[in-house]
Design a protein around this ligand. Structure first.
Ligand code: G6P
Length: 615
């Protein structure tokens, strides 16, 4: 949700900023801008739309400098216009600021600033922050690095809300000041150059040594060094981390889109989610990051899973997987509801928040609310050192590598893999025997190959996508753990192709949804050979009786589906706790190929952002 990149050093800042912004475009792409400092003046360029538009604008009207800040916007306050694009400046026009987050009390601050003679040129909350910092700087006795940091500190003390910011001032030419609260900011350390970014992917091509800033920290960057302090005025310690992935893992490689690349990565990402976590000897899963002993795990009598979007669908699937393997009651909550619903939680409830980015505002708030109530709250995250990963009491990393496509794919299957590991671990502490545990491990070890075989269905799914791409409405149906997979299939299609799609438990069809069935409304049934296969067949018959086209996902070797469905995709057979990991793959591919067929921007669907760091 908005991306920030800043550079200070001896190279030309512009290519660093533009390349970084391109890598952060998944965080928002409503407008973009840069501010570059050279010879005591700052030049600003902005454009509505993608980074490509900004690059075009700069080609027409060049800028350069060795110090610069930049931003790609996902609009919250104010329409998508050039005026509302960042950077924003103060009344002197010499200070420029980019911001990620929401200043909640901006109206009050704006009115006070107007009374003090400030004029505003945008509808954003960010401009208020620029004026506040600028005003504090005007009032400082000196015009140096210390006073710019102090001005930022004084402004931040007045704001309520979230921020990740970068500030430059033409009067303090050797410094960039950054700060964070609630919106991520990472400092990159190079040789005589430093970087600031919302996400390491923006700077990993230049350095792998980084410092993840904490909330309420302010950093002053210079080419040759940096200083970190706090908003309250104290000093702050820091730890330099080494980024494990390299720049190539944030490139598309041979694929036309990140989404397709990430779908294809799934044999490896499910393997990485299990790597080192299965013990054949003890016939169980080892999840040391939970920071819980077996007796603490034994005492858990209820589990709550919270997440947003795709992570919520994974939680719903996790409910089936964990309950069936461990017999512990599991409940799912939208993270956004969890924070306000005040659900009664018993003492031995274990809460998990699930988030690929580890930065989703609602999920982070759910974590904090659960912890406030005294519950041990664990995180299932992909982004190492993300806020959720750092604030949770323990958890499990997905190890899926950077996910750039806005529509989540590989993180979903990694999450399901982790739920299976959790189910195995909790089940083995309770009722699963040693030999049952070993059987499960043997099945799980086959998973990467089964995923690879499922991806081989790509050309068949692409042909089916072409056939149905013009449909205006799509229904997805499944039973048990495949019901949330139906929801996820519908979400993928909505997100990237803008076709209206909804998911239901198959049996709910006759309670209303059946009214939607027409010759032009395809229904996709997830109907593997399982305990409810015959029930799904009956539901498919109900659709066919009303001339609705049916696509079915079945199990290899099945012949019954072919007799009644228009199109059938057969996936490898797998136990019930792994089958959803396979059945979702054709749905990811279907959404992808329909979106491509319709000419949609697969990796950057309209109005969406990958990491939603506002409420
Ligand atoms: C946004 C994205 C979704 C994602 C959700 C949760 O809405 O568009 O694709 O599933 O956030 O993201 P998280 O990073 O918390 O898993």
């Amino acid at each position: 949700m908005c991306g920030i990149v800043a550079y200070i050093g001896s190279s030309n800042a512009l290519p660093v900023l533009l390349d970084g912004l391109r890598r952060l475009e998944y965080r928002g792409y409503d407008s973009a801008g840069v501010a570059l400092l050279q010879s005591g003046r700052i030049d600003v360029r902005k454009a509505v739309g993608r980074i490509a538009n900004l690059a075009e604008e700069i080609e027409k009207n060049p800028v350069s400098g060795q110090i610069g800040i930049s931003h790609t916007r996902w609009a919250t306050h104010g329409a998508v216009t050039r005026e509302n694009a960042h950077p924003h400046s103060d009344r002197s026009g010499r200070l420029h600021l980019v911001h990620n987050g929401v200043i909640e009390n901006y109206q009050t601050l704006r009115e006070q600033l107007i009374e003090r003679g400030h004029e505003f040129h945008s509808q954003t909350d960010t401009e208020v922050l620029a004026h506040l910092v600028g005003e504090a700087f005007e009032q400082s006795a000196t015009q140096d690095k210390g006073s710019l940091v102090e001005a930022v500190r004084s402004a931040l003390r007045q704001v309520i809300g979230t921020y990740g910011i970068s500030v430059v001032h033409a009067d303090v030419p050797g410094v960039i000041v950054g700060a964070r609260r609630g919106s991520p900011l990472v400092l990159g350390i190079g040789k005589d150059e430093h970087f600031l970014a919302s996400d390491v992917s923006a700077i990993v091509a230049h350095t792998r040594d980084v410092v993840y800033l904490n909330d309420y920290e302010i950093v002053a960057l210079q080419a040759e060094g940096f200083e970190i302090s706090t908003v309250s005025g104290g000093g702050a310690g820091f730890q330099i981390s080494r980024v494990e992935f390299d720049a190539s893992s944030v490139d598309k490689g041979k694929y036309p889109h990140y989404m397709l690349k990430e779908i294809h990565e799934q044999p490896n990402t499910v393997r990485d989610a299990m790597r080192g976590r299965l013990s054949l000897e003890e016939a169980t899963a080892k999840l040391g990051g939970l920071n819980m002993t077996n007796s603490e795990l034994r005492a858990v009598d209820r589990i709550v899973l919270a997440g947003c979007g795709t992570a919520f669908h994974s939680a719903m699937t996790g409910e089936y997987i964990i309950e069936s393997l461990s017999h512990i009651p599991v409940e799912c909550e939208f993270a956004s509801e969890f924070r306000y619903r005040n659900i009664p939680l018993q003492r031995d409830t274990l809460a998990f928040v699930i988030s690929q980015s580890g930065e989703t505002a609602d999920t982070l708030a759910a974590l904090r609310e659960s912890q406030r109530k005294g519950h041990r709250t664990l995180g299932i995250c992909n982004n190492v050192a993300s806020t959720i990963a750092r604030e949770s009491d323990g958890g499990v990393y997905m190890h899926a590598g950077p996910e750039i496509g806005v529509a989540a794919t590989k993180s979903f299957t990694s999450q399901l893999t982790i739920f299976t590991l959790l189910g195995l671990l909790l089940g083995r502490i309770r009722h699963l025997s040693h030999s049952e545990g070993r059987d499960m491990i043997a099945q799980m070890e086959k998973l990467p190959d089964l995923v690879a075989r499922t991806i081989e269905l790509e050309s068949q799914v692409a042909a089916i996508a072409k056939k149905y791409a013009q449909a205006k409405n799509f229904l997805f149906m499944g039973r048990q753990a495949h019901y949330p997979i139906a929801l996820e299939g519908a979400l993928k299609l909505k997100e990237i192709s803008y076709i209206s799609a909804s998911g239901y438990p198959s049996a709910e069809l006759k309670h209303g949804v059946i009214a939607l069935i027409t010759e032009d409304t395809p229904s996709l049934f997830i109907a593997p050979r399982d305990a409810v296969f015959e029930k799904n067949i009956s539901n498919i018959e109900e659709v066919k009786a009303r001339k609705g086209p049916v696509i079915a996902i079945g199990t290899e070797g099945d012949t019954a589906l072919k007799k009644i469905c228009d199109d059938v995709i057969l996936i490898p057979d797998a136990p019930h706790y792994l089958s959803p990991i396979l059945s979702v793959i054709p749905l990811q591919l279907l959404a992808y190929y329909i979106a491509v067929e319709l000419g949609c921007d697969v990796d950057k669907p309209r109005n969406l952002a990958k990491s939603v760091t506002v409420e």
